[in-house]
Design a protein around this ligand. Structure first.
Ligand code: SAH
Length: 256
């Protein structure tokens, strides 16, 4: 018990897609009053500099395929630290509630009557396309957007992808890189072989990379450029608004 006088509290904080400057001002203020920061793999460690030097920083990252910290361990750590040290900032990639398991943490803290506040972050699902100047909606072109997981708890692609592929919506798939072949197959079966498509690796970070093409060419491009996780997939006419789309598509047409 280091800070016995401190009231336990938890802040679920969205770190944004990677660039540390994409954290909100409210997020900076929360970090400045942190006693403990629990941070994930997809959060930039530069953000820890906002926290007091004396604060405790704990990495609880999970990388794809590796489960170093199961969710219930993270939940318990969060509670232990809050009870023993006071203010725990739970720093999560993007927005805490977009495939971030944020509500599970909120719910667990509530069961201990520890107050939780939420500070939204820029979700990669909107921010990463936006940084590439690809709007998720555009008047006259896309009236809605879907953000879907490529990998559900059962390991399969989400059933929603089948429905989304039939629609005119912009479809952003997170955690879908390993399932690209299957997802491409779904779009092709829906008659969308020539739909503009992009894959963005680590948007807003130094190793950001993007490939852009159509459903039929995207797998080969992704392999050629050695695109790695974290990456997201964007399907939709809005991808054609990217300045390089026209040139690139012509090039692929001449190769094939
Ligand atoms: N809560 C996060 C998403 C967590 S799921 C958010 O709102 O952004 C993790 C997945 O998000 C990754 O597998 C990847 O598909 C996507 N992702 C997160 N950050 C990304 C980034 N900087 N660039 C591309 N994709 C990213």
């Amino acid at each position: 018990m280091i800070n016995q006088n401190k009231e336990p509290k938890i802040t679920l904080l969205g770190a944004g897609p990677g660039d540390p400057d994409l954290l909100t001002l409210k997020g900076v203020k929360a970090l400045q009053t942190a006693d403990v920061v629990l941070y994930d793999a997809l959060t930039n460690e530069a953000l820890l500099e906002h926290a007091p030097t004396a604060s405790i920083k704990v990495y609880v990252g999970k990388r794809s395929g590796e489960h170093s910290y199961p969710q219930d361990t993270i939940n318990k750590l969060m509670i232990d630290y809050a009870l023993n040290y006071g203010h725990v900032v739970r720093l999560k990639g993007g927005d805490p509630f977009v495939f971030g398991r944020g509500y599970e943490e909120l719910d667990y803290a509530a069961s201990y009557s520890i107050p939780v506040s939420v500070i939204p972050g820029i979700s990669s699902s909107i921010g990463v396309p936006g940084l590439q100047q690809i709007p998720v909606t555009h008047r006259g072109m896309s009236e809605s957007f879907w953000v879907i997981t490529g990998t559900t708890t059962s390991g399969d692609v989400s059933n929603d992808i089948y429905q989304a592929a039939q629609s005119n919506a912009t479809v952003v798939v997170l955690m879908g890189l390993k399932k690209l072949a299957k997802i491409v197959e779904i779009f092709k079966a829906a008659g969308k072989g020539s739909l503009p498509t992009a894959v963005v690796q680590n948007g807003s970070a130094d190793d950001e990379k993007m490939v852009i093409g159509v459903v039929e060419t995207i797998e080969i491009l992704t392999a050629q450029e050695h695109i790695k996780a974290p990456a997201l997939l964007i399907f939709g006419e809005v991808v054609s608004l990217h300045p390089s789309f026209k040139t690139l598509v012509k090039q692929y047409a001449s190769i094939s």
